[in-house]
Design a protein around this ligand. Structure first.
Ligand code: GAR
Length: 201
């Protein structure tokens, strides 16, 4: 059994899909903590319902990004799981955190990276006029959404889409892709080779 922890800032539907997959036995892991930077995140209620302890590190109370990062790092060190999952965590992780947990943090992003990194990926996709989009699960490195790609899933962009209809279509793929990637990680089937990720079968 692997030990995992989740960082989320908001709704937590990806977090919920991980909780559900653990409960069903699809992911061989125990989720030991939810960490959030947002005291009002609906993800907190999902954790409580599932009996998962929550650590709240509220960005606003720290006065500086450096002090926030220091506290976040110490909370993460206190958990020290096999894997951290960024599931709708809306801040860039500082380099101290990324270095400490290199190869042990994955993120889900609502676009086909390296296109449309950063915030509002679905809005960027619509504005650019792309015809295909999707989601990417990747390891986190010190860049913004630049780490080695574990898995991508595609969806069409339809003529009448706006960012919300597109986001909903992508989100359904996200839930499955994230569960699949976490399962593979927990089964020891993922190897990072430079910028490439190999899935062992
Ligand atoms: C998801 O679409 C996730 O890919 C995105 O935020 C949403 C969170 O939804 N993450 C990012 O944009 C990270 N840059 P959720 O809270 O319901 O899982």
């Amino acid at each position: 059994m692997k030990r995992i922890a989740v960082l989320a800032s908001g709704r937590g539907s990806n977090f919920q899909s991980v909780i559900d997959a653990i409960r069903k036995g699809t992911i061989p892991a125990v989720c030991e903590r939810l960490v959030t930077d947002n005291p009002h995140a609906p993800a907190i209620a999902r954790a409580q319902k599932a009996g998962i302890p929550v650590s709240i590190v509220p960005f606003g109370t720290f006065g500086s990004k450096e002090r926030f990062e220091q506290e976040l790092l110490s909370v993460m060190q206190g958990i020290d799981p096999d894997l951290f999952i960024l599931a709708g965590y809306m801040r860039i992780l500082g380099s101290s955190v990324v270095r400490e947990f290199s190869g042990k943090i994955i993120n889900i992003h609502p676009a086909l990276l390296p296109s449309f990194p950063g915030l509002h990926a679905q809005r960027q996709t619509i504005a650019y006029g792309a015809k295909v989009s999707g989601c990417t699960v990747h390891f986190v490195d010190e860049g913004t959404d630049t780490g080695p790609i574990i898995m991508q899933r595609c969806v069409p962009v339809r003529e009448d889409d706006d960012e919300y209809t597109l986001a909903a279509r992508i989100l359904r793929k996200e839930h499955r892709a994230l569960v699949e990637a976490v399962r593979l990680f927990c089964e020891g089937k993922i190897r990072i080779q430079g910028r490439t990720v190999k899935i062992l079968i």
